[in-house]
Write a protein that binds this ligand. Sequence first.
Ligand code: ADP
Ligand code: ADP
Length: 236
Amino acid sequence: TAILKTRDVHLSYAKQEALHGVNLDFDDHSITALIGPSGCGKSTFLRCLNRMNDLIPKTTVTGSFQFHGKDIYAPTTNLVELRKQIGMVFQQPNPFPFSVYENVTYGLKLAGHTNRHYLDEQVERSLKQAAVWDETKDALNKNAMSFSGGQQQRICIARLLAVQPDIILLDEPTSALDPISSAQIETTLLALKKTYCIIIVTHNLQQASRIADRTAFMLNGNLIEDDLTSKMFTKP
Ligand code: ADP
Ligand code: ADP
């Protein structure tokens, strides 16, 4: 079932319209890949979903974004809460320059959690879900920046999982990684889709065909095709 529905999404930056009426639904427990050439609007559309575009001055968004039946762009939306429920992972791993433990507990502490036992449990759960527990369990006090790129990316995923999101947005999460780390992230995402709704921007068609249930193809700010990945890649 769709937990996020977008209709007639238009977005303009100061000088030009970058999205010209996109309609897409996102199912729970599934991975959707957004593909298309550089500059077609993939990142822009992804950033609409948790209102990261609000941070770019002179940006106008119109259309409907129904998340659990509520409009993401309603004036009453709490942006901190929204970005917890719809978390984002970027192309460059961006852990905070603190320990692994501080990274993963960051959001929980902001939300007022102080119980050490609870925090420890959540750290273990999150790092396990992000498939980076074995590599960090004896090094929770080590600076997150001292890990490899792939480990940093999985620590960032764990940081996001700690606050129990519904939707995970990933903007080319493996383009800065070597093939082995990239494959580990793909395996991690396939395990995570059992629990979450995952939306991934990728320029890598093979990656989409390996992990995505649905693939949406964008061109010049339009959605030109959206189908089951199995159908998308077998069309004549
Ligand atoms: P990607 O294709 O991976 O999104 P880009 O190189 O297009 O990467 O963009 C990198 C960053 O620069 C993004 O945060 C994007 O919002 C910003 N950016 C891209 N195009 C422009 C532009 N014309 N003016 C200002 N910022 C831009
Ligand atoms: P993609 O992710 O598919 O590479 P983007 O969403 O980054 O595409 O960019 C879509 C269009 O919007 C491009 O023309 C890009 O230059 C423009 N753009 C992206 N970010 C910004 C920005 N922050 N300010 C102005 N224009 C931008």
